[in-house]
Design a protein around this ligand. Structure first.
Ligand code: ADP
Length: 511
């Protein structure tokens, strides 16, 4: 293992806390990041450890139960829970699972589709407080703690408050926004659940438009902030995308970084993908045509090699713009194309696409559900991948698409704008097709543009595929940027660089 160049003495210690980590538990992109980034950091020599809840369905038999119990102060008394330990697959990165069945032994991570459990604030208070208690129990005092999304938003606040004058107070905190639409909002009366005094319920911390907002407090209390693409980092500083927190985010813009996610190159590799009927690569593209034929069969659609096949995978929520796809669907299905969709989420959307699938078996197939293998086969077998997102912090599916030579058709927002280069008809440049205005006309027209390219400019299309497949979306690039962010956070928290001697008492502090 490579050792850090900046620190001959000890590696940088990082605690990474997330409410979902692939492959153990996943509802979305956060899990993919939490499963992959720590491994890439470890390769750089960072001593990173991960904490998440032990949910129902995690194979706890394979995990080591740590001796003793973890005591986590909760508003109702001392919670005593077990801790189980494993490693992130294919690495030696330790991952600790906080076991507390009353909170986590449930059928869903956050609640039934479209709904949250009533006690979510309490459940994730346990995770946030428990992660810090675990550090103390293990004697692992991190240089930096990376919290992720509202479920861990209390961590930076605790470090500044409950941990005051204790060892963890020296830890720098980084709060990463994966999706600002979910903020951890509840009634102001619930402040007691956090274990913090009522005095913290003020507009500079938790109070936001008359409600308690965990994310708001994290945005003020964290040493540094990050989000998952440069464009989203800018977008959330103003207007609709800021989801009410744009004022704080623009006030802290100098402390906010946008770092594009990488993808798991082993899990999403067309040359080795075990979910595919045939593998393929830049040099051996024949397998892709086979994947298309098999996907058409699996979908019950006519096996037509020369009809463009559009794929869609994602959560059926407002964010993903599927309502716009729904509006344009009738028009699209008049054309010589095929469309396959895999998703779950809003009931109304599920019913709409399910019914349309039953009615238009000739051209359209919808699978309502979560199916990882099928998601891989759609990425591999489609010619185009459609993402009309209303907002998209980073987006992973378009990155998978690029790697599988499936050209993304995206709304130019957030990470989609940063990763998909729009086709230039004059030069043949680009890796996909982008549009700005979120409405059915724009989407339908852009899909039409992709179709005309497919039929009329096949050489351009083939070149775009190759260009897309050759791109580097490795976690190594992202991990280097995160390490830099951690070192900057450390410097700000401690007033000196990591690995350097602390300044003598009374010396002027570094900015
Ligand atoms: P988000 O995190 O907003 O859901 P991303 O594009 O960042 O969106 O990540 C979504 C991840 O979840 C991808 O890995 C995608 O393949 C996966 N995914 C979403 N819906 C499904 C589904 N119905 N079946 C299988 N995988 C899905």
């Amino acid at each position: 293992m490579a050792t850090r160049k900046t620190s001959p003495r000890a590696p940088l210690r990082v605690l990474y806390v997330a409410s979902e980590v692939a492959p153990f538990a996943k509802t979305g992109g956060l899990a993919d990041v939490a499963g992959a980034l720590p491994k890439a950091l470890r390769k750089r020599g960072v001593d990173v450890r991960v904490v998440m809840p032990l949910y129902a369905g995690i194979d706890w038999n394979k995990l080591e139960r740590l001796a003793g119990e973890l005591t986590v102060p909760m508003y109702w008394g001392k919670a005593r829970g077990a801790v189980r330990m494993g490693t992130l697959p294919g690495s030696d990165v330790p991952i600790y699972f906080l076991e507390f069945n009353r909170y986590f032994d449930r059928p869903y991570l956050y609640g039934p589709p479209g709904d949250g459990y009533n006690d979510n604030i309490e459940r994730f208070t346990y995770l946030s407080r428990g992660a810090l208690e675990l550090c103390k129990a293990l004697g692992f005092i991190p240089d930096v703690i990376n919290a992720n999304d509202w479920q861990t938003a209390l961590i930076p606040v605790y470090v500044n408050t409950l941990e005051w004058s204790k060892p963890l107070h020296g830890s720098a905190t980084v709060y990463t926004i994966h999706n600002l639409a979910y903020q951890g909002i509840t009634d102001g009366g619930a402040m007691f659940i956090t274990g913090l005094g009522r005095e913290h319920y003020n507009p500079g911390e938790f109070e936001h438009f008359g409600a308690l907002n965990l994310t708001k407090a994290a945005l003020w209390h964290s040493t540094m902030l990050s989000t998952v693409s440069p464009t989203y980092a800018k977008e959330i500083q103003g207007g609709e995308m800021g989801a009410g927190l744009d004022g704080i985010l623009s006030a802290r813009k100098d402390d906010l970084r946008g770092i594009l996610n990488g993808i798991d190159l082993d899990e999403w590799n067309p040359a080795t993908d075990k979910h595919l009927p045939r593998t393929f690569s830049l040099r051996r593209m024949a397998g892709k045509a086979q994947c298309k034929a098999e996907l058409q069969k699996e979908a019950g659609l006519p096996v037509e090699p020369h009809v463009p096949l559009f794929g869609v995978v994602g959560r059926l929520t407002d964010q993903k713009g599927f309502d716009v796809l729904a509006q344009g669907l009738e028009r699209l299905l008049e054309w010589n194309l095929q469309l396959v969709l895999l998703g779950t989420g809003d009931r109304e959307a599920e019913h709409f696409f399910g019914a349309m699938s039953a009615r238009r078996k000739d051209k359209f197939r919808a699978w309502i559900g979560f199916n990882n293998g099928l998601a891989h086969r759609i990425e591999a077998g489609s010619d185009f991948f459609v993402m009309p997102s209303r907002f998209e912090p980073c987006g992973l599916n378009q990155l998978y698409s690029l790697r599988y030579g499936t050209l993304p058709i995206v709304r130019a927002t957030g990470g989609l704008a940063d990763t998909v280069a729009n086709y230039d008809e004059a030069t043949g440049d680009g890796t996909g097709f982008a549009f700005r205005d979120l409405n059915a006309d724009s989407l339908v027209n852009t899909m039409g543009w992709a179709m005309s390219t497919y039929f009329d400019r096949p050489a351009h299309l083939a070149a775009m595929r190759k260009r897309a497949m050759a791109q580097d979306f490795s976690w190594d690039r992202a991990a280097a940027a995160y390490e830099e962010l951690y070192l900057e956070a450390y410097r700000r928290r401690r007033g000196h660089a990591f690995g350097a001697e602390p300044p003598p008492p009374g010396a002027p502090r570094a900015k």
